[in-house]
Ligand binder design. Structure first.
Ligand code: ZN
Length: 117
């Protein structure tokens, strides 16, 4: 069992989350950025329009692909922090984690770190 692997993945998630330069709260949602396609991701503290429309208060970025926008909207910063917390918690007491669950944690960590199994 490699607790270090989980800690490194958690650190990468926290570093990526910390590099977001704007105040990107949650949730993130897909917004229509051109005539009809939902190719943007937005967050808004005082949203005034339908969920898929960007209002003047929205912070948003363009992904150019609907599938990427959908994915990014799911993986907003609190999700990364929750995953980091979960992996660090498991890394503290690895012997208390079921072997099958530990294998899933290691797989997740390797995916985050882009390291082969
Ligand atoms: Zn808005």
């Amino acid at each position: 069992m490699s607790a270090d692997l989980l800690r490194r993945a958690a650190e990468k998630l926290r570093r990526a989350e910390g590099r977001l330069v704007m105040t990107w709260g949650s949730p993130w949602r897909v917004v229509i950025t051109d005539s009809e396609s939902g190719t943007g991701v937005a967050t808004c503290e005082d949203h005034q329009l339908a969920p898929h429309d960007a209002c003047d208060n929205c912070e948003h970025f363009e992904t150019y692909y609907e599938s990427v926008a959908e994915y990014c909207s799911v993986m907003h910063p609190p999700v990364a922090l929750a995953l980091a917390d979960l992996m660090e918690r498991a890394a503290v007491t690895p012997t208390e984690v079921d072997n099958d669950v530990w294998a899933e944690f290691e797989h997740l960590a390797r995916q985050i770190l882009c390291e082969p199994s």
